[in-house]
Design a protein around this ligand. Structure first.
Ligand SMILES: C[S@@+](CC[C@H](N)C(=O)[O-])C[C@H]1O[C@@H](n2cnc3c(N)ncnc32)[C@H](O)[C@@H]1O
Length: 348
């Protein structure tokens, strides 16, 4: 707790933090903890459109998930860096890492911290946010291809961020910043409402076992957070190589009143990657656990056990702005289907 109670210490963290952090002033610790355990509101729609501000975000922060008690979508892994990654961190962290004030853990974000993207990137430009950026392959490639936009990579795994720093640092990219943080917290409070033009969730951890599905990142509450940060007309792009998670993503986003499926009804029937998974039975070979889930009927077109026809569709063509990561490459090599989805944030 000391990090955010003692505002003097927080101000010493980094330049970026001192520019944007709003210290608590005289609010006692107990009051801060109470704020952080408010129940989720059914709507995350911000009170005003366009650019967000600290006041608007404080309202939303009060309606956010109780992150101290919530199940997270990741397994805590070591923060230790070695060799080239440690060197990359030494060389580039100051330039690219936004060091945020923490809450309880080293991947949390204090709910009073609101990012000033202009200060962090040293310019005004549309913001693309990638959640779970892994080794940084996609974000680095996209930032290089699209220098007119700013890219923010969110990742909990420090060695992955170090690898990302190595990539962006060697290329000397100026339009990338990274944050080591639990993404839902970043969406709930750190990013101003309506401040993001695209939100990317590519190959999030699939959490195969049914009892682990609650750990999946993309679920109803997450759709509310995505809607909160996206500007009207902004895009939420998703991809996965697991059919059961693909169905969950489509169900969650279709059910949200905040989004329209850009490719509604497309790639259905025999063209659907879901139908192809059922036909090929590929997940039986590769995954083990997802086999039965992959064969669950999602439509009345399901003929019999193990035979499915996806008559809903809604799958996007492969997003050509997404670099082929080593992760996706492995899925291709295993013969798995890739499911892309693209949803547009409705006008408020
Ligand atoms: C399966 S990997 C995919 C990485 C990358 N998107 C790719 O396609 O190569 C999922 C990544 O999401 C990260 N992750 C999981 N939950 C997260 C969360 N709540 N916030 C930020 N990153 C998260 C994991 O650490 C992991 O690096």
């Amino acid at each position: 707790m000391k990090a955010f109670i003692d505002a003097g210490n927080v101000h010493q963290c980094t330049l970026q933090v001192s520019q944007v952090y709003q210290p608590h002033g005289n609010i006692p610790t107990t009051a801060i903890l109470k704020e952080m355990t408010h129940e989720t509101s059914s709507s995350h729609t911000p009170s005003s459109g366009g650019t967000g501000n600290a006041d608007g975000d404080t309202e939303t922060a009060h309606a956010a998930e109780p992150f101290l008690t919530r199940t997270v979508s990741f397994v805590r892994r070591g923060n230790r860096l070695q060799g080239r990654r440690q060197q990359a961190w030494n060389d580039y962290a100051e330039k690219y890492v936004i060091d945020v004030p923490r809450d309880k853990t080293d991947t949390s974000v204090h709910p009073d911290f609101v990012l000033d993207a202009h200060a962090a990137f040293d310019r005004e430009a549309p913001l693309v946010v990638e959640i779970g950026s892994g080794l940084g392959e996609a974000v680095c490639h996209a930032a290089e291809q699209d220098p007119a936009r700013n890219f923010l990579a969110l990742e909990v795994y420090k060695p992955g961020l170090a690898q990302t720093l190595l990539r962006v640092g060697q290329k000397g990219l100026r339009n990338v910043r990274v944050v080591q943080a639990n993404a839902p917290e970043v969406l709930a409070t750190m990013l101003p409402a309506g401040s993001v033009s695209e939100l990317w969730v590519f190959f999030p951890d699939p959490w195969h076992k049914t009892r682990h599905h609650k750990r999946r990142l993309v679920q109803e509450s997450f759709a509310g957070l995505a809607a909160r940060v996206l500007e009207p007309g902004g895009l939420w792009r998703l991809a996965t190589d697991w059919s059961s998670y693909a169905i969950q993503m489509r169900d969650v986003a279709d059910a949200s009143e905040d989004f329209d499926n850009v490719h509604a009804g497309e790639r259905s029937g025999a063209d659907s990657p879901l139908t192809k998974v059922w036909e090929s039975g590929v997940e039986k070979v590769v995954g083990g656990a997802p086999v039965r889930e992959g064969k669950l009927p999602v439509s009345t077109g399901n003929a019999s056990e193990g035979e499915g026809m996806d008559d809903i569709g809604g799958w996007a063509p492969r997003f050509e702005g997404r670099a082929l990561t080593s992760f996706e490459q492995k899925a291709h090599e295993a013969g798995r289907e890739i499911f892309d989805l693209a949803y547009r944030r409705k006008q408020r």
